[in-house]
Design a protein around this ligand. Sequence first.
Ligand code: PLP
Length: 396
Amino acid sequence: MAKIQDMEARYIINTYNRKPDETPCLVRGQGSWVWDESGKKYLDFLSGLAVNAVGHCHPDVVEAIREQAGLLIHTSNLYYSEPQGKLARLLVESTMPGGKVFFSNSGAEANEAAIKLARKYNADRYKVITAYDSFHGRTMATLTATGQPKYQEAFKPLVEGFSYARFNDLDSFSALIDEQTAAVMIEPIQGEGGVHVAEESFIKGLRELCDRAGVLLIFDEVQCGMGRSGTLWAYENWGVRPDLLTAAKGLGGGLPIGVLLAGEFLAGVLQPGDHASTFGGNPVVCSAALAVLNILKKDGFLEEVRNKGSIIKTGLENMKSVYPDQIKEIRGMGLICAVEFKKPVAKNILEKCTAAGLLINAIGENIMRFLPPLTVTNSEISEGLEIINRALKEGG
Ligand SMILES: Cc1ncc(COP(=O)(O)O)c(C=O)c1O
């Protein structure tokens, strides 16, 4: 049989930076662990990029998928389906009572829906302001919303009407708002841009600014939502509420989902024919998402996420005091955290960690990001920190 790496090189467009001799080919997962084709075991501190929130193959998620797959795998949105309604009810009642949802298949699509809704809400307003270092997706509108020129350069002209302000700088947003501004969209915790957490005065000020200017506030919680920050949604940490909220990744327990939640006054803006998705709200995916949400809603679950987050943060802060020449800053909240190095060693550390059986992620040359499953145990955290410590000891 052809080697998997050779098949991929021959048949898959090379948009991911996989290295045939170094990148594992994963064949199985359980809890916080994954195994490659040779049987080598890895502690997964990346969770499929914030997707496996309740770990790999959680029994409740597996059971929900099995049961629904045996009943009905797909039906178009021309018909009703029960899992979709149940998931919508749970999301709305626990997040935006009186509001409504639109289901899609990814984070980018959830953000596309948010942008379309914001533009339709007020015909005189079409502009959208986002933050530098943000990440909102790869479709043309969400790529334009993503305030990182390196992703945009090759695909110009971009979509009209987007501009960028500095994250955590209220004046920078205020300066861009005018009578044609439809929405401000931010990640309360920027993930892909290097794990930057919103300051309280900034996020509260942004809410007030949007209210004064009649501008919708969209929170993209595709990465930082679904319990990752230690509350169901990151915005709860500051007590501010968005008008539109997007989520994806962790919600589906590994199956593709995206959701836009719209507050009550926005719930009727999109009408039949305005927007659609063939697979959005798929019954199997919605059943998996219901299982995930029910796990997150169990008593004490999110408190545990906060406890585990502070154990990781303390461990990393200790490393910073041992290696002050290497580590510049530790950032994060709950189980989304990052280490910024003083030198471009992130790739080197990543390779050492992978070889030692720990999956992490490098952002650019200086930043290392951790997104372990929310179900990670304290002893797995110690194991992961020890591997990172050894990589740093060897000089990064
Ligand atoms: C904050 C945020 N928004 C949107 C997206 C895009 O999600 P997807 O890759 O599911 O389209 C991502 C993906 O990393 C993200 O982190």
